[in-house]
Design a protein around this ligand. Structure first.
Ligand code: FAD
Ligand code: FES
Length: 605
């Protein structure tokens, strides 16, 4: 009997996505694997912990490329359960695979087991039954359980789906001998008779998701994806976690040239949009004016410069693009002394990455502790202590007044009078939305585009905005207010929602904001939106970085941060979306608890 010990899922690193694109088909080759009686007799399903042994699969199947496998007892499932089942093939590993079984409202569904973003095990996520979505436990992507199509967040590929039936109390799935981890999403073909022109400005998270979604929504007109970068759309969050990846931007690509060609999405790289005239519905490039029927502005944001002398000196660096990452990597060699200006997410991710690289890292933050503005003092203290154990020095409450050059060194002159000497200064002090070129549309005080709940730019026809450049109606809490969030998950989802609305749907963007950050390999997830909190409830141990922290305001949980407690953050995201998050009073009295949130979600859907 073959029992392969470990699941094939990779360690949860943020840069494993590219490797995960290699499908199982590529790994085992497309040659038909053994279909002999010997192979048949070796096929069986074994549970991965959650599902347990699932019995023999010597079941006949009319399609010679398929096998029918008995994977579970139906009676072992409760409504809303997700379980992973491993399908074991032959001695040499050919035909191995895994599926996720979902039991929803009396019906079984079988899909691929892994998320198409970074291959998280989907069975460890949650079912959002009201939408028929499975939500990934790591970064909140969602897939339709019935069709496998990506519907939200970072997963661009679809997951396979399989026929499933219940026979004599056994759950039987029909799976191919060669199983793919992911499959191409269902997309329409371009029809030359459809003369509409839709332009997507910006080839980042929101832009690429929107271009995909236009075809997924059946749009057959022309799509132009215009980006000022020379690269095809790539995985930006990797840059701060693995600087080395920047030397091979193709390895970060979200989509390759062949893909865009196949789906007739025209990509213009290294093309800067100089003006968008919302009244005339024109986009102005160098030497070219394009007329559009609908446009999406997804031009993101750029690092905020510090208004101090010396900010433009060589050796003062900020991070947004692979070129920036290359510069940082070249300057911050092992042993070099680096000062990081800014102690929020980009700054602290860079501090962690540079320290791991062997640099001597000091962080200068205006806040007393890192992450203080978003996570508050208690979590900030715990994370500061964690960074200190790794050898990162932190100076809080510091304002840099000036940067000076002294020989081959740089000096950060602080308001306190202290002078920090170093080889390089890396700055992460926020971003500015890229919307200056848009004319004739309403803008928020920070320069971003103001949209309605359908991501349509206010007061303008056929213009939409998504991602870092958009201020949209608050989906949690102050529903009258606007919010702009700078999260990868939100940008990709907004790209999708905007595309649906560009083709004439009316889908309200209702997703709870979600982000993750990776610090010395530990992941912090944050869901919700909380500008100020009057109470912080902590379940777990901050020092051990194993906790769920509830940010509360006036008896309402506004946001939750977690470490080592997946899938709590995505459960909370769904509860918040439905307005079913337990009250602060219930959490404090014990009427509700972290352990009970998943059950609450099952009941709420
Ligand atoms: C280093 C780094 C790490 C991050 N890590 C995380 C993380 O771990 N988790 C998380 O949730 N978020 C993370 N983020 C934030 C996340 O990457 C952003 O929220 C996301 O990229 C926003 O997507 P977007 O499509 O709105 O904009 P972008 O991804 O910035 O894409 C916008 C594109 O538009 C182009 N553009 C701009 N102006 C023009 C113009 N005039 N003409 C043509 N093209 C133009 C830009 O060059 C760019 O290619 C990180 C960000 C950075 C910089
Ligand atoms: S691994 Fe699923 S969203 Fe990232």
């Amino acid at each position: 009997m073959i029992l392969r010990g470990l699941p094939r899922f990779r360690a949860q690193t943020s840069w494993s996505r590219v490797a995960s694109r290699t499908s199982r088909r590529a790994r085992v080759g497309t040659a038909p694997v053994a279909t002999s009686r010997w192979f048949e007799s070796m096929c069986f399903a074994a549970g991965l912990g959650m599902a347990g042994m699932a019995g023999s699969s010597r079941l006949s199947c009319e399609d010679p490329k398929m096998r029918r496998v008995n994977v579970a007892r139906a009676a072992d499932f409760a409504d809303g359960d997700l379980r992973q089942v491993r399908i074991v093939g032959t001695m040499d590993g050919a035909g191995d695979g895994a599926i996720m079984l979902a039991f929803i409202d009396g019906q079984f569904y079988a899909t691929g087991a892994s998320c198409s973003h970074y291959s998280a095990p989907l069975a460890e996520g949650v079912a959002a039954k009201d939408k028929m979505h499975v939500v990934c436990p790591w970064h909140n992507a969602a897939f339709d359980i019935r069709t496998g199509q990506p519907v939200r967040g970072s997963g661009l590929e679809a997951i396979p789906t399989y026929q499933v039936s219940v026979e004599d109390g056994n759950v039987i799935v029909q799976v191919p001998y060669v199983m793919d981890d992911f499959v191409a999403p269902a997309m329409s073909q371009r029809d030359p008779a459809d003369e509409r022109v839709f332009v997507v400005l910006g080839g980042g998270a929101a832009g690429v998701a929107a271009a995909d979604a236009l075809r997924q929504e059946g749009y057959k007109g022309r799509i132009l994806l215009i980006t000022e970068e020379k690269h095809l759309p790539y995985d930006r969050p990797v840059l701060s976690k693995n600087l080395g990846k920047a030397y091979d931007p193709a390895s970060l690509s979200l989509r390759d040239e062949a893909y865009f060609k196949k789906h007739e999405i025209e990509v213009k790289c290294a093309a800067r949009v100089k003006k968008l005239d919302a009244g005339q519905k024109t986009v102005h490039l160098e030497g070219e004016v394009l007329k559009y029927d609908a446009a999406l502005v997804a031009t993101g944001a750029k690092p905020r410069p510090l208004p101090i002398n010396g900010f433009d000196l060589p050796g003062v660096l900020a991070l947004r693009t692979p070129e920036d990452a290359q510069q940082i990597a070249a300057a911050c060699q092992p042993g070099k002394k680096v000062a990081v200006l800014g102690s929020s997410f980009i700054g602290m991710e860079l501090a962690s990455t540079l320290r791991r690289r062997g640099c001597d890292v000091v962080v200068l933050g205006m806040e007393q502790v890192p992450f203080e503005r978003v996570l508050g003092n208690r979590l900030g203290e715990a994370l500061k202590a964690f960074f200190e154990t790794k050898g990162v020095k932190f100076f809080g409450g510091k304002t840099a007044l000036e940067i000076k050059k002294s020989g081959s060194s740089l000096q950060a002159v602080l308001q306190s009078g202290e002078v920090i000497s170093c080889d390089s200064i890396v700055v992460g002090v926020g971003v500015i939305p890229n919307a200056k070129f848009v004319q004739g549309a309403e803008k928020a005080p920070d320069g971003s585009l103001v949209t309605d709940q359908f991501l349509k730019v206010s007061g303008v026809e056929d213009l939409f905005a998504a991602g870092d450049v958009a201020s949209y109606p608050d989906t949690c809490g102050d529903r009258a207010g606007l919010m702009r969030v700078e999260h990868w998950d939100v940008a990709t989802s907004q790209g999708r929602f905007a595309a649906k609305n560009m083709v004439g749907k009316q889908e309200r963007f209702d997703q709870t904001p979600f982000f993750w950050t990776s610090l010395f390999g530990k992941n912090l997830r944050y869901v919700g939106h909380c500008k100020e909190f009057d109470e912080l409830l902590v379940d777990g141990d901050l020092q051990k970085l194993n906790f769920v922290a509830y940010y509360c305001q006036k008896n309402e949980v506004k946001a939750v941060a977690t470490m080592s407690r997946d899938p709590v953050a995505v459960v909370v995201g769904e509860l918040m979306r439905m307005g079913k998050m337990p009250s602060v009073a219930d959490l404090k009295s014990g009427k509700a608890s972290t352990a009970g949130l998943a059950a609450q979600l099952k009941q709420s859907c």
